[in-house]
Structure formats: structure tokens, C-alpha cells
Design a binder for this molecule. Structure first.
Ligand SMILES: C[S@@+](CC[C@H](N)C(=O)[O-])C[C@H]1O[C@@H](n2cnc3c(N)ncnc32)[C@H](O)[C@@H]1O
Length: 255
């Protein structure tokens, strides 16, 4: 993108939100939390844009990338939480999966954490999943995969499992990310598919509009952002944990 298109974008934000404190704060957020990500990678990746495809369902949210610092904080905190409750479990095989990954920005961030053994993105829009694949080529490691599929359909999880061929399912801990990428029904179906296959799941939910669905499906809320309630929705998150272990209730009752 040229300097002029960046300036035009900032002017649009100000025209929309007003030339006041809030408007300028949104421009600064756009620079630091969105545009700087591609800039700091020498524009070898392309994540800072909005795409509004014609979807087959009004439940599907268009592409807009998550804020960099928020994704980092969510991953850091959930990994720290998990290692604190499973420090003695040497066989664990943690994977990161963005369920509606767009251009793959969260995958690029997750890759900076040496903790994850594999990283996956699932994206319904073919053009976006192609951009995601191109973005992943900027990485030196080769355990990152972008799958063009619908998170509501079995095929998405089956393809993911195909990449994890030799791994014992009991060893896998899934760190699933969702930036409010779809409505309640899609969330429910995708959760059921995850729970069918995996025994241990952390759900990193940014802008957790349908958080109740997680609680109704046997997930426990274990972490949340520390921002005040008036902060912009892009800074809000909750992290949930689900385990099929018989000790699930005891594990969470004091949290
Ligand atoms: C709000 S964006 C989030 C992008 C990315 N997770 C991030 O945080 O940077 C939502 C993305 O989810 C994708 N999406 C929406 N519904 C989907 C579905 N049913 N299956 C797979 N992807 C979906 C959209 O195409 C869009 O790219």
C-alpha cells in the first residue's frame, strides 16, 4: 500500500469517529496494532486490510485482523496458565488453531512462541486462505498450515488431523483462537466438532460476544482481559478451558 492509501485510511477513520480524542485514539490503534505488524516484517506479509466477501451465511464475519498486542497477551497468558496446571506432563503436544484465520496474522504471532508443535489456520474464503499461505512462507519453520474449509464442517478438523498423523490424540492440547469470527450457531457447531476429537482445549475468544455458549458446552472461564468495560471491543477477551478429565471440576473450582 502507498503512503497515500494509509493516509486516506486514517482520514476515513477520523471522518467516521470524529476529529476528537476517540477518533485520534482509533487512528493510533490502527497504526500500532494493525499497520505496524506488516511494516515490522518488511512488508513480506500482508495482513493489514479488510475484506468483505459475499458469504453464503450472514453468520460469517468479514475479515479484519486482530490487534497484535492482544493476540500476544492471550497466547502468553493461556500458555502460562496451562504450564502451571500441567508442569509434570512431559508428553503434551500443544497446537495452535485459528478457527477463521483470515490472512493468518495470529498464526504468524503464534509461531514466535516456541511452545507450539504445530500451527493451523482454517479459513472459509479461498482468496484469504491463499494470502494466509503466502504469509506463512515468510516463516523459517515448516509446521504451519492453512486449510481452506468451513469450521462448521468435519472436513476442517479431519484435514487438520491428517497433518498430525502420528500424534496420539490424548497428548494434544488445542489452543483454539476465535476473533468473534461468526455467530452463535457456527460457534456451537465448531465447538462440538472440536470436543468430538480433542480431550483438552483452551479457547482464546477475542471479543467474546457469545461466551455463554462456551459455558453451556462444559468450558470453564479461566482468564480474561484486565481492561475496563468501556474499552474498545478489540481489546476484550476471555479464555476458557475444557477437559474430558474426570478431575475437570476440581481443577477449576478454585479458579
Ligand atoms: C474477524 S476475521 C478474524 C481473522 C483472524 N482470526 C484474526 O484475528 O486476525 C473473521 C474471519 O473468519 C472467517 N470465517 C467466517 N466464518 C467462517 C467459517 N464458518 N469457517 C471458516 N472461516 C470463517 C472470515 O472469512 C474472516 O476471515
Amino acid at each position: 500500500m502507498s503512503v497515500n492509501s494509509f493516509l486516506k485510511n486514517y482520514r476515513n477513520i477520523l471522518n467516521y469517529h470524529g476529529y476528537n480524542f476517540y477518533g485520534f485514539k482509533r487512528v493510533i490503534d490502527q497504526i500500532l496494532e494493525v499497520d505496524f505488524f506488516d511494516f515490522s516484517r518488511g512488508h513480506k506479509v500482508h495482513t493489514a486490510f479488510i475484506k468483505t466477501p459475499e458469504y453464503t451465511s450472514d453468520q460469517y464475519m468479514h475479515y479484519q485482523p486482530a490487534y497484535t498486542s492482544v493476540v500476544k497477551e492471550m497466547i502468553q497468558l493461556s500458555v502460562a496458565y496451562y504450564t502451571s496446571i500441567s508442569y509434570s506432563d512431559k508428553s503434551r503436544f500443544p497446537i495452535f488453531v485459528d478457527l477463521g484465520c483470515g490472512s493468518g496474522k495470529t498464526l504468524l504471532i503464534a509461531e514466535q512462541f516456541p511452545y507450539f508443535k504445530s500451527i493451523f489456520g482454517i479459513e472459509i474464503d479461498k482468496e484469504l486462505s491463499n494470502i494466509c499461505e503466502q504469509n506463512l512462507q515468510s516463516l523459517s519453520s515448516n509446521n504451519n498450515f492453512c486449510i481452506n474449509a468451513n469450521v462448521e464442517e468435519k472436513q476442517a478438523i479431519n484435514e487438520l488431523l491428517h497433518f498430525l498423523d502420528d500424534t496420539d490424540i490424548d497428548d494434544i492440547t488445542v489452543f483454539a483462537f476465535n476473533k468473534n469470527s461468526y455467530g452463535q450457531k457456527v460457534l456451537e457447531s465448531s465447538l462440538n466438532l472440536l470436543k468430538e476429537k480433542f480431550n483438552n482445549i483452551f479457547y482464546l475468544y477475542q471479543n467474546p460476544v457469545f461466551g455463554q455458549v462456551l459455558l453451556d458446552n462444559g468450558f470453564y472461564e479461566v482468564l480474561s482481559d484486565s481492561k475496563n468495560s468501556t474499552v474498545h471491543k478489540n481489546y476484550k477477551y476471555k479464555i476458557y478451558h475444557y477437559t474430558k478429565s474426570d478431575h475437570s471440576h476440581e481443577l477449576h473450582k478454585n479458579k
